[in-house]
Design a binder for this molecule. Structure first.
Ligand SMILES: CC(C)(COP(=O)(O)OP(=O)(O)OC[C@H]1O[C@@H](n2cnc3c(N)ncnc32)[C@H](O)[C@@H]1OP(=O)(O)O)[C@@H](O)C(=O)NCCC(=O)NCCS
Length: 174
């Protein structure tokens, strides 16, 4: 599995990925049921110079998984989605791992993921990567304080073993 860093030329395919998500998945990804027009505005607004977007594309023309890492000073917020047909193969875990390494390499200190408390899959990913998950009713926030580069290397190896079973060694470099 290869996690590619996407650029502005991928905007059309990124849009197709989000539009393919069901209302339920859009709710889990964005926290509310996002209509098509809002998806299009969101994708059009992605700033590829400031943020980082990663995609996985193994056997289809569209991206099966997308992670958007929004950078803001020393903080970053991550959103991730995988098309239903491709879930349970480690794509979500690989994208979160890749985004965490990218954030660390850009001196980001804290990585956030907003998620619904009912979203067992993303909370499992967060836990397996050592994120602290705080639940406040229906909403949860997963936080990862990014360690020094040496520590992250250790964590990266651990997460590779635990969650991203098909990871290839070289792909973690941002
Ligand atoms: C969350 C999501 C990205 C996970 O993608 P994925 O590619 O299936 O993730 P992985 O294959 O890496 O699996 C993640 C872990 O969750 C577990 N999992 C999957 N579905 C689960 C469920 N319903 N309940 C509990 N655990 C579940 C998997 O077994 C796996 O754990 P393991 O590695 O210990 O076996 C995907 O389900 C999705 O896109 N959901 C809709 C959008 C969303 O919820 N985004 C997150 C908010 S930002």
């Amino acid at each position: 599995m290869f996690t590619a860093k996407l650029d502005v030329s991928d905007r059309v395919a990124i849009r197709a990925h989000f539009l393919a998500l069901s209302a339920r998945d859009r709710y889990l990804r964005f926290g509310y049921i996002v209509k098509d027009a809002a998806i299009e505005r969101y994708v059009d607004s992605i700033d590829f110079d400031r943020d980082a977007v990663f995609g996985v594309n193994t056997d289809s023309r569209n991206f099966e998984g997308i992670a958007h890492l929004a950078l803001d000073g020393k903080h970053a917020e991550l959103g991730v989605s995988v098309l239903p047909l491709y879930r349970g193969r480690g794509i979500g875990s690989a994208l979160v791992s890749r985004a965490a390494v990218h954030a660390r390499n850009r001196d980001i200190e804290v990585l956030f993921m907003q998620c619904m408390s009912e979203n067992r899959a993303i909370i499992r990913i967060a836990n397996s990567l050592g994120m602290q998950v705080v639940t406040l009713g229906p909403d949860s926030e997963a936080t990862l304080s990014l360690p020094e580069a040496g520590s992250l290397s250790c964590q990266r190896k651990k997460s590779m073993g635990q969650t991203a079973k098909n990871y290839e060694a070289g792909q973690l470099h941002a």
